[in-house]
Design a binder for this molecule. Sequence first.
Ligand code: PMP
Length: 395
Amino acid sequence: MQFADRLNNVETSAIRELFKLLGRPGIISFAGGFPDPALFDVEGIKEASNAVLTDAPGAVLQYGATEGYGPLREGISGFMANKGAKVTPDGLIVTTGSQQALDLIGKTMISPGDKVIVEAPTFLATIQCFRLYGAHIIGAPIDADGVDVDKLEKLIEEHKPKLVYLIPTFGNPSGATLSLQRRKRILEIAARTKTLVVEDDPYGELFFDTPPPPSLLALSGEVPGSREWLAHCGSFSKILSPGLRVGWLIAPPELLAKATMCKQFSDAHTSNLTQATAAHYLTLNRLDGALAVVRQTYAERARVMAASLQRELGDSIAFNAPQGGMFFWAHLTGANGKSTSAPEFAKRAIEKMVAFVPGAPFFAHDPDLSTLRLSFATVGVDRIEEGIARLGQAL
Ligand code: PMP
């Protein structure tokens, strides 16, 4: 069959290939990017879905508005207000996961050959999605405090990109969090250079000890002109349930209108049943309690992973322990005569029945082959210790 030219630059993800091996019994997997299903508030979601099917079956089983289910748009507006970001219900649309918000941004903003700046490394599905629209993707380097703003500023001036895509808080895969000072500078640069910045924030609520700095969206009120150049993608996937497929897009009115038009041709609207369930859930006052358990559980797993990595791999591996989210980003240093090739290491690890994701696919170009991503989210502490010990034997 003759497929569309736009598919020429996109391959199925290397990670998917790896996932085929993960079904083996006994394997300890740090490769996934899923939240722990044992932490889903099943009772709360049951209560919410029963309530909406009882109270408004006609509305939740019917077609609905492309922009989203009214009570949920209000609920998200309140949720964002609690995080310091002012947005009216009609300043956002509900999307089918934040993945769809990213796709709508790609569809509305990117023409073939347009330049887009992302963090190096960044979320693989965004690289793939933007490439599908023909983006020429440029990576900006990061460190423990997120993207290097001096270099980002130079890249923006040099390439005049269509947009800059950032995951400022507990990045996937980097685990890094952009400092407050850098956040403000990015907003200033966006306003001054009139560059659209897309803030993807699915992990901000998953902090361990102290909340992260406010989102770019929350800070945009302090930097004149920046809100006009800012889009924000949010999601209930990591805080409530990814299976609901409920995310949202906040963007300047013109962009939001175009995205809504594109969504109309894509899925008409996000499931009313799951939107109404999420909206009702927010009124149950259960989210804070459920999130407290998730934060505590992930914090402990992250602490155990950091200690185990230090104990079992020593200075052969370097990493910055994350302060939230679901991921460790690490690199093989080559100390003690050990390998610096993460792909080779991944193969030996699979033989020892432990898995992680080599970091190369997370780079749009010039991959660093010594890097890897480890997720602690779905593995209990005993299994983390055992899995990292196996990694120590595989290195
Ligand atoms: N952005 C990032 C950075 C992610 O890691 C993910 C999911 N892994 C998404 C967006 C998409 O999430 P969802 O569509 O479930 O909201």
